[in-house]
Design a binder for this molecule. Sequence first.
Ligand SMILES: Nc1ncnc2c1ncn2[C@@H]1O[C@H](COP(=O)(O)OP(=O)(O)O)[C@@H](O)[C@H]1O
Ligand SMILES: [Mg+2]
Length: 501
Amino acid sequence: MLWLLPIWLFRIIRLLLLRELTGKEKMKTLFQIAIGGLVFSYGTTTLSYLFQFGENVIWWYWIPLPYFDGIILNIYQFLYMNLILNVFTKRALTFKRIAERWKIACIRCNLLVPSLEEKAPKEIPQVIYSDKDFFRIAAKGLTAAYIEGKKTELSNACGLFIWSIRPAKGKNGEVLPGLIDVFYTKQDLPTAIKLKQAQRPQFGQLNFGVGLHGDYFIKLTEMIHTGIAGLPGSGKSVQLRSLIVQAMVVHPGAICIGLDFKSASEFHIFAGRGNFILTDNFEEAAIILDEVYQEYFRRAELVKKNEVENVYQIRGPNGERVNPIFIFGDEMAEVFSPLSKLESKETVEAQKLVIDRLSKLARLARFVGVHLILATQRPDAKAIDPQVRSMLKTRIAFKLSQKEDSILWLNRAAALELPDIPGRFLLATDSGIFEQLQGLFVSKQEVKQMLEHIATGSSQLYRRIKGRLSQINSEGGSADGKMSEPGLPGERILPEGSPHS
Ligand SMILES: Nc1ncnc2c1ncn2[C@@H]1O[C@H](COP(=O)(O)OP(=O)(O)O)[C@@H](O)[C@H]1O
Ligand SMILES: [Mg+2]
């Protein structure tokens, strides 16, 4: 039995060497070992046959069949080594190893703090705690923002993907002074990120998700309109939810229109909060979009008068800014596909008006701060009006199953190859950016908490729309496609209490 000892010693050394590897690298090495073992056993057996039988060796000894057990043994070895390694590599990133890697990375990236004694060597912001997706360091006077600036460098030096660095927070959300949390993953991208963990965008921006270079902010002036496509369950509604919360929290005066024709169940959490106007029918949508269209004329006039490029460059006397108007739509096929013959004439007319207003706003309203963010399962002409589609310059593709859909949406078939991770998508912009991102998850419960303190109805346009909606509701009638009075050009459109620059 003693002869087994060196074999096991060899195996343990091999495991120790291999545990540094992950993913494809590891599989490749294991595969090489298995093939190596196969060649070795095949070779030695052949040699032994040669040795034993000399000239009596017959040709079929070289056919692998007699050594079939060798192949099976190697496949078995391959599988169990992989199993052990998986356990190993998961356990391997223990506190000690994280601390070690972090220390080396800090030295390489010159993340050092001068110590109190002048002559003593500089100190490292040391790891004091580690978990499976983050570790905590003692800040020693460094700020999270400063370390964040070296994120990419640190990621490379650590051999981990560090995607966020933030002041540490306790269980109840209280900031823990002097401590910083470093969030990392071993995969390319984290598979689940909460909106709460992500960085807050500034006014005029939205955080679309986390990519290889961290949080991905898009400026509204560059985003213009966004289209979201993806299979059911891929994360479209959650992405919309996350963008709506951000829109409302970062721009408390923004008007958010929610078109949710499929039972209105996705957006109902926003109804009655901030300046959110929810609708699930064409009659109301026609009125709402028509009001936004009138607002477009008012804002266009304002842009002209102020001689600026877009409405976001305008400042009121106290530095107020013009707030964005967002039109969020889920399951847009419900809006664009032809109605059944059973629908009333009014509804059919209202649908025409809705589609007309959407495509006008999509085409014209880019510089007045009106942004469409529309989601659909499929991007074909049946599900989304091609005119509107062509104006959705920022595109999100969750996993798709049809090649032609992916090509139509992104000019390539890449959306078919996305991993089956909810919230994982490809982002394509017309400035040529093409990136895989993980969307920010936010639950309905969290939405409620985050919007608790947002003032309702702070915007004039909101009140105007609500007024018109209550009119038709009290009349019990429906929209007859009649337009509102064009807006008064001189009217003040900067809502009270809008954020200052
Ligand atoms: N960014 C995300 N991170 C983690 N899980 C997500 C994310 N987006 C979606 N999911 C999960 O996938 C489920 C389906 O998402 P949903 O947005 O309703 O899909 P869709 O609207 O595309 O049909 C959600 O209930 C959630 O559990
Ligand atoms: Mg959905």
